[in-house]
Design a binder for this molecule. Structure first.
Ligand SMILES: Cc1cc2nc3c(=O)[nH]c(=O)nc-3n(C[C@H](O)[C@H](O)[C@H](O)COP(=O)(O)OP(=O)(O)OC[C@H]3O[C@@H](n4cnc5c(N)ncnc54)[C@H](O)[C@@H]3O)c2cc1C
Ligand code: FES
Length: 255
């Protein structure tokens, strides 16, 4: 898919938890057919210490309005700056980047597993799955009740199972300890979240013979296969997460 560099106008910046916010962006040009799992490289203007673009997943797309959303966690100078954007501000992006999740086979039972900001690429994927006739379940993990995002959009797609680390909502613990995993059988898992969570979900999937795709969030600089700072070790050798990923099947990864 051809990569573009364009300016987008911010039409909304909505705070959803203490450290998460959603930017809605309006394109000048007609949006490309984004694939679930793809990301954009965001230029952070007005922040002298943030020379490199920041990779952020496509969270949701509205082709009728020619808008799309990014769900962002404040993690450092770049994302702190993005959190301050207001409607009318301009954001420069390189897009669309990376590969995408593969579609399930007909009749496969699918689980979407996300942790914290790791839900970002999964909402778009969930909507896509529903559009091709697959109704997935959600298994979402958050640190505590205060960090849970508004789940209405997710509930429209499938049943939502929750964990919090302190037990303030849903089941207490990590996603891999949720009882739904022993009560229901899934053929395929799609997952995005912190590395320890993805590793645990990967091990669970391997042990239970479940097809599992993970969206990796390796550190990135260029986002287009030049700097080699996002290398991941796989059965195909050491490859760039930004061009060959960010989505990998667990059986490919040498973790
Ligand atoms: C393909 C891809 C998609 C992503 N999608 C999203 C998304 O949809 N929403 C979102 O909030 N974040 C996403 N991230 C992570 C996001 O890019 C980083 O959090 C962001 O670049 C941090 O920039 P910063 O300037 O705010 O903080 P920095 O100062 O750059 O980093 C702050 C802290 O976060 C750590 N960090 C930086 N980048 C990453 C990373 N990739 N993974 C884990 N830790 C990191 C740093 O080591 C440092 O400790 C994605 C990353 C990748 C590679
Ligand atoms: S980020 Fe530069 S090669 Fe992947």
């Amino acid at each position: 898919m051809t990569k573009r560099i364009d300016d987008f106008k911010i039409v909304d910046n909505k705070r959803i938890t203490e450290d998460l916010f959603i930017l809605e962006l309006l394109g000048n040009e007609k949006l490309p057919d984004f694939k679930p799992g793809q990301f954009v490289q965001v230029r952070v203007d007005g922040s002298p210490g943030t020379f490199l673009r920041r990779p952020i997943s496509v969270h949701d797309v509205d082709y009728k309005q020619n808008t799309f959303k990014l769900l962002i966690q404040e993690a450092g100078p770049g994302t702190y700056r993005l959190a301050k954007l207001i409607p009318g501000d301009i954001l420069n992006l390189i897009y669309p980047l990376g590969n995408s999740f593969t579609d399930p086979s007909e009749g496969e039972r699918v689980l979407l597993v996300g942790g914290g900001a790791g839900v970002a690429p999964l909402l778009f994927l969930g909507k896509h799955l529903l559009s091709i006739g697959c109704k997935p379940d959600w298994l979402l993990g958050f640190r505590n009740k205060e960090r849970i995002i508004d789940l209405e959009e997710y509930k429209k797609i499938g049943d939502v199972y929750l964990t919090t680390e302190d037990g303030s909502e849903g089941e207490k613990g990590y996603v891999t300890s949720h009882s739904v995993l022993s009560e229901k059988h899934y053929d395929r898992i799609y997952c995005c979240g912190p590395d320890p969570m993805m590793k645990a979900v990967g091990v669970y999937s391997m042990n239970n013979n479940i097809n599992c795709e993970l969206s990796l969030e390796n550190l990135m600089a260029c986002g287009i296969g030049i700097c080699l700072c996002c290398i991941v070790s796989t059965v195909r050798g050491n490859i760039c997460t930004c061009t060959e990923g960010p989505v990998f099947n667990i059986i490919e990864l040498k973790w």
